[in-house]
Design a protein around this ligand. Structure first.
Ligand SMILES: [Zn+2]
Length: 405
């Protein structure tokens, strides 16, 4: 069997071994970079990654639909065809099961090696950058209930005002509709990225020009899975679920575009999504950002002081309350659509998360002050406390103070 596999008339074995070697070398490089975050930042994240992702996304951006979705489909097809052909070859007298398994394993490992190499080289090494808190030199400190309460009130006021700015009244009578043109929205988000670049002092390359975000064909399936989009590093495409409520759309697009710009960790992409939307000139993006911040802050406050939470949410204007309720129904729908097994897995995951959080808080002997419930909440709170009244530029303008972009 060994000799049969090694007899390599078409150079197939050689190609397989190259793929496997690439994979092994990439895993080794990933380990090295994970031990050297500063080198990863100054060489890979500042220069190599933005250059690759920017050019790749501009190239794939010439095609109006998501190439990533097509590639996923083709990849699945290739695996199915491979298994099918393998089964057929079993009927030939000189093709034993062992030989088939050997060839199949080599093929799989080689495919995996090439895909892993492209994943890390094009984008994945960004995971080994120092965390954004470190990059910004922001000290980590506790969040108190009093802080949550003040920031929650500010966020509610900012959300209300953004809503009125968007619709011209505190109650539109219907849910906030989808934007007429997502291209305009995206241009406004891109402007938010440009403004955030000077604010956050990230490497310049991170904020260069990238290809457009793309609505995904499988959006309904993503809704069922509770996903709002995904970044596809092999093509540099930021794909978003086009069925999400309008109030979530800017934040979702900005989140995926943040991934595209090298913010690999989820909490950092959430945070960047918030910052660029809040900095964007588009009222829907500003509304989306303020709503995102208020929900993060108030859900943490609700776990600490329900009474304060109830008092603060009572100040929401009717249109905002409707949007939040409709949004809740949208995301709730996917939980109810799944099979019994899927629903119980979902419930089990949620229960486990609550228990872990509870144990964590107890282990930290938290009294009065609360640690962040999610890391993106922590980053948003850190940003808001540092920027004070300038956090929501449109609020400054409303108070007669100069608004800063
Ligand atoms: Zn993400």
């Amino acid at each position: 069997m060994g000799i049969d596999v090694l007899a390599d008339p078409k150079g197939q074995l050689k190609r397989r071994l190259v793929g496997i070697s690439l994979g092994v070398a990439t895993v080794g490089t990933a380990w090295l970079l994970s031990q050297n975050p500063d080198a990863t930042e100054s060489v890979y994240a500042a220069k190599i990654a933005p250059w690759i992702a920017s050019n790749l996304s501009k190239l794939s951006g010439r095609i109006p639909f998501s190439i990533g979705e097509v590639l996923i489909g083709l990849f699945v097809l290739r695996q199915v065809v491979g298994v099918f052909r393998g089964c057929l070859s079993l009927r030939k007298p000189d093709h034993g099961l062992l030989k088939l398994l050997g060839k199949g394993s080599l093929r799989f490992l080689s495919d995996a090696g090439v895909l892993i190499t492209m994943f890390y080289l094009f984008w994945g090494f960004n995971y080994f950058r120092p965390p954004i808190l470190e990059r910004l030199a922001w000290e980590e400190s506790d969040i108190t209930v009093a802080e949550l309460s003040i920031l929650g009130k500010d966020a509610v006021a900012a959300t209300n005002l953004a809503y009125v700015k968007l619709h011209g009244s505190p109650d539109l009578g219907i849910s906030t509709p989808d934007p007429d043109n997502t291209l305009f929205l995206e241009e406004a988000i891109d402007e938010g990225f440009r403004r955030a670049s000077t604010l956050l002092g990230e490497p310049r390359g991170v904020f260069r020009e990238f290809g457009r975000a793309k609505p995904l064909f499988v959006s309904s399936a993503l809704h069922y899975l509770g996903l709002s989009g995904f970044y596809f590093p092999w093509t540099g495409e930021a794909g978003y679920n086009r069925t999400v409520p309008a109030v979530d759309l800017p934040q979702v697009m900005a989140h995926e575009k943040a991934h595209q710009r090298g913010f690999a960790r989820e909490n950092e992409a959430n945070f960047m999504g918030f910052v660029v939307c809040v900095k964007s000139p588009d009222p829907l993006a500003q509304y989306s950002a303020a709503l995102f911040a208020q929900q993060q802050i108030l859900s943490a406050l609700a776990q600490e002081d329900v009474q304060q939470y109830i008092e603060i949410v009572a100040d929401r204007c009717p249109g905002v309350t409707r949007d939040i309720e409709d949004r809740r129904k949208y995301w709730k729908a996917f939980e109810n659509k799944g099979s019994k097994v899927a629903r119980s897995v979902n419930m089990a995951a949620r229960t486990a998360a609550v228990r872990v959080n509870d144990a964590y808080l107890k282990s930290q002997k938290v009294e009065g002050g609360v640690r962040s419930y999610t890391k993106s909440l922590y980053l948003i709170v850190a940003y808001l406390t540092r920027n004070g009244p300038a956090s929501y530029p449109w609020l400054l303008g409303a108070n007669g103070l100069p608004g800063s972009p």
